[in-house]
Design a protein around this ligand. Sequence first.
Ligand SMILES: Cc1ncc(COP(=O)(O)O)c(C=O)c1O
Length: 374
Amino acid sequence: MFEEGAFLKKEHGAGNVYDFSLGNPNLQPPENFRRALQNMVTSLKEGGHSYMPNTGYPHVRRSVADFLSVEQQVAIAEGDIIMTCGAAGALNVIFKAILDPEDEIITPAPFFVEYGFYAENHGGKLKPVTTEPDFTLDINAVAAAITEKTRAVLINSPNNPTGQIYSRESLFELGDLLNARGKELGRTLYLISDEPYRKIVYDGREVPGLFTCYNESIIATSYSKDISIPGERIGFLAVNPNASYREELLGGMALANRILGFVNAPALMQKVISSIQGACVDVSVYARKRDLLCDGLSDFGYEFVKPSGAFYLFPRTPDPDDVKFVRALQKELILTVPGSGFGGPGHFRIAYCVGDETITNAMPGFKRVMEKYR
Ligand SMILES: Cc1ncc(COP(=O)(O)O)c(C=O)c1O
């Protein structure tokens, strides 16, 4: 999709191609990020570019822990945090530490397409399970998928590609299930929450804290989306302070961070984010884009669940073959991604972290393609 997009842009001019294919935030980072970055660069002391503890600078982990303690309503210490190269780095470090060969990771579909590769990187297998028609958790589907090989359930809320948020009740239910089945199987079943979109939520919605729902839980996240710095590769993982094997987990993950080749998260970015905890782009701008897109598409007969968070829309395709439908949109120079790649066939993903004019100018094309199915 990326390659074809580049080709189409060359042929037709970038302004005439409506590229909704990537989750690359189009908003500029907040002003306090830029100020903090300038300050850090001008005040760097000797040793500012050196190796550091593999888990990250202690003062940075402390500031993350303080912020997270309030967010999760659990006392979290600097020792519970490891700074990582984005959420992707955090997930790979977690999998490296907890997976034995052939271990299974259950994930509700649709899901972020890289999860399967991350699991395979460390000898594991991703096991997608269905969700409810509105993409909320189907606890029975998770229950039915648990076997003696299950090691973890991986959730992502707000979700890429659906924008759905999982409720506190459903997380408690999931926690109870994992507790009961873990005891039966004599195996710790982890609940991993990948949450880089936590702050990008609409209509007053909130993302419930995981740590009060289940003790054997781990958070993986980043600053990529909420402050628009995905190229800087900065994120962290946090282990629930009440996890049974807290120390072993953190020890294994500290080693994994080193031996997977990251060594540590980028030094400068660690310092910058530690001074702006809680920063976020203006989410109302994404809310406006969401409404612009949803209002336009529903007028043309597209069907979808209105997203509560993140910056993706996951409409149904009027054609059962989602790849064919995405090709039809491509003929209108509209680039989207088929849902089957996310384990959600019969849908397609629109990333609306783009300029308003891209959304507005793509509308006639979206209309024409839908009209062919009427
Ligand atoms: C659900 C999800 N998890 C993880 C990532 C990776 O995030 P990062 O760039 O911070 O590693 C992404 C990026 O798009 C994502 O959508």
